[in-house]
Ligand binder design. Structure first.
Ligand SMILES: C[S@@+](CC[C@H](N)C(=O)[O-])C[C@H]1O[C@@H](n2cnc3c(N)ncnc32)[C@H](O)[C@@H]1O
Length: 488
């Protein structure tokens, strides 16, 4: 970990957002990095450590799943190495960081940092460079309460590539985010179910001064190479996090203006800037910032990893948002218009009161809605809907349909077996279904259920695409998209 002493010039006061004119705000003007010799370099005095020991992550590769930064040296990566999860093999290149004292205690961040990437606290504020050791640090967003599942899954994915030397993941229960440090394996966002977002973490600034958050953040960003297409200021998806959004809204234009002036944030058209790495500044609270980057080809294209949906007034239930989000997240616009066409047919198992059916009917489909419960609202008498009061596990369609959608509350293994049978029987081409996860071992239950489907379809020689995610509108559940592709 590198530390940066407190910047000498306290300046920008983000608590006074209405002051925008630089002439009237000498503080803010001072907070901008000083130009040297016509360049736009950060003033070395304000960021000495960052200048002396910059991190050099690899420029983001435009290929899916290759966003892992290059390891540049084997310096001590931080705490937690005394008990590597390496199956007892010697972790020769990783040496424990010196024990540091004193540590800030009693705040969320310090507890988190103690678990994972705590830098020695010698001066305040400091910038910790988290990516210069043998480990790569990842920041993952997830639904609050699923931090354990999120990290378990990420470390599991890394382990399937090669043995993992990892620190204990940094987990704060119900925080909505987690830190994972692993030895260089790349993580593939599309294969992570519980992670809403995948960010390569470069710096942690643990104690941001209230009167000038801009200077240390700019100093940390100065140590990163390249340019960025997007700047996202993000907060945890918690009630505490929501209280920070007014602050991030005020802070965003200040930081954005400074980065544009430095040429770090490019001003291209939106389509072009979407191809460049994104810069994330994550505020667990107002006094700390985690600075990372994401690869647009290996991450979620949504602020905080959340695809927000607005509730349609006509839809019979809020469950409709789950299917709306699934369609948005799992299919690009081309797939949506190809796979969800007017005149297609669908079966909805566990349909009542009708939120999912409503999404399909809205797209011009005819839907067989199977549920012992009543369909509500506009769907009750809609000629495009045939409501059958039957057991969804026993129902068989008279004719094959385009879509199977299923939101029945049942054990994941049982639902998975049903879905597998529908594909093997040729009763549907595409499916979106929900797996309820009220149990403790959610990753294990998910792996078993999806593994069961894969095994069945592989045995039958059926080619398919399968993507699973815990969506923003999912609670203790995940949503899965499957689509038959050309048969082998
Ligand atoms: C979460 S709700 C579905 C909500 C629905 N997707 C919507 O958007 O309004 C679950 C539904 O599954 C139904 N269900 C549970 N087990 C079933 C079964 N074996 N056969 C048919 N329906 C079932 C329940 O009656 C309930 O209406």
């Amino acid at each position: 970990m590198q530390t940066t002493p407190k910047p000498k010039r306290a300046s920008t006061d983000t608590a006074k957002p209405r002051r925008t004119d630089a002439k009237q705000t000498p503080d803010r003007a001072n907070a901008k990095p000083r130009r040297e010799g016509g360049t736009k370099a950060i003033d070395a005095k304000s960021a000495p450590s960052a200048r002396r020991a910059p991190t050099t992550p690899r420029q983001t590769d435009k290929t899916r799943g290759t966003a892992a930064p290059r390891q540049t040296d084997n310096k001590a990566p931080g705490r937690g190495n005394s008990a590597p999860r390496n199956g007892g093999k010697p972790a020769s290149k990783i040496t424990p960081a010196p024990v540091a004292a004193p540590r800030r205690v009693g705040t969320k961040m310090s507890r988190l940092l103690d678990l994972n990437v705590a830098p020695p606290v010698t001066k305040k504020p400091h910038v910790a460079t988290s990516n210069n050791g043998a480990l790569t640090h990842w920041l993952l967003y997830c639904r609050p309460g699923f931090e354990q599942d999120c990290t378990q899954e990420a470390v599991g994915q890394a382990r399937r590539q090669r043995p993992v030397l990892s620190e204990q993941p940094g987990i704060l229960p119900n925080s909505g985010y987690a830190l994972v440090a692993i030895n260089g394996q790349s993580l593939a966002y599309s294969d992570l179910i519980f992670a809403r977002q995948l960010i390569c973490l470069h710096h942690i600034i643990e104690e941001l001064p209230e009167r000038d958050r801009l200077t240390p953040i700019l100093s940390a960003i100065a140590a990163l190479p390249g340019t960025f297409g997007t700047l996202w200021l993000e907060v945890p998806d918690t009630n505490d996090g929501k209280t920070l959004t007014a602050f991030t809204r005020r802070f965003q234009p200040l930081l954005e203006a400074a980065l544009r002036e430095q040429g770090r944030l490019v001003d291209t058209d939106p389509a072009e800037s979407r191809k460049l790495p994104r810069l994330h500044i994550f505020f667990p609270d107002k006094s700390a910032a985690l600075i990372g980057t994401s690869d647009p080809y290996n991450s979620a294209d949504a602020l905080m990893g959340i695809s927000r949906q607005s509730m349609p007034a006509e839809a019979p239930s809020r469950s409709t948002l789950k299917l709306a989000e699934a369609i948005d997240v799992f299919m690009d616009k081309g797939e949506q218009s190809r796979l969800l066409r007017s005149g297609m047919t669908a079966v909805d198992l566990g349909a009542a009161p009708g939120g999912w059916t409503w999404q399909m009917v809205k797209r011009g489909m005819r839907v067989t809605a199977v549920d012992n419960g009543p369909m509500k609202g506009v769907l009750a008498k809609n000629p495009a809907v045939e409501h059958l009061m039957q057991d969804g596990f026993k129902f068989t369609p008279r004719k094959a349909v385009d879509w199977l959608i299923c939101d029945m509350v049942e054990k994941p293994a049982k639902v998975a077996e049903l879905i597998g049978n529908w594909f093997v029987s040729g009763w549907c081409k595409h499916a979106i279904f929900n797996l309820k996860l009220p149990m403790k071992q959610r990753v294990t239950a998910t792996d078993a259920a999806l593994g069961g489907i894969r095994k069945l379809l592989d045995m039958e020689g059926i080619s398919y695409k399968l993507i699973a995610k815990q969506l923003y509108h999912d609670r203790e559940e995940i949503t899965v998209f499957m689509s038959k592709t050309k048969n082998r």
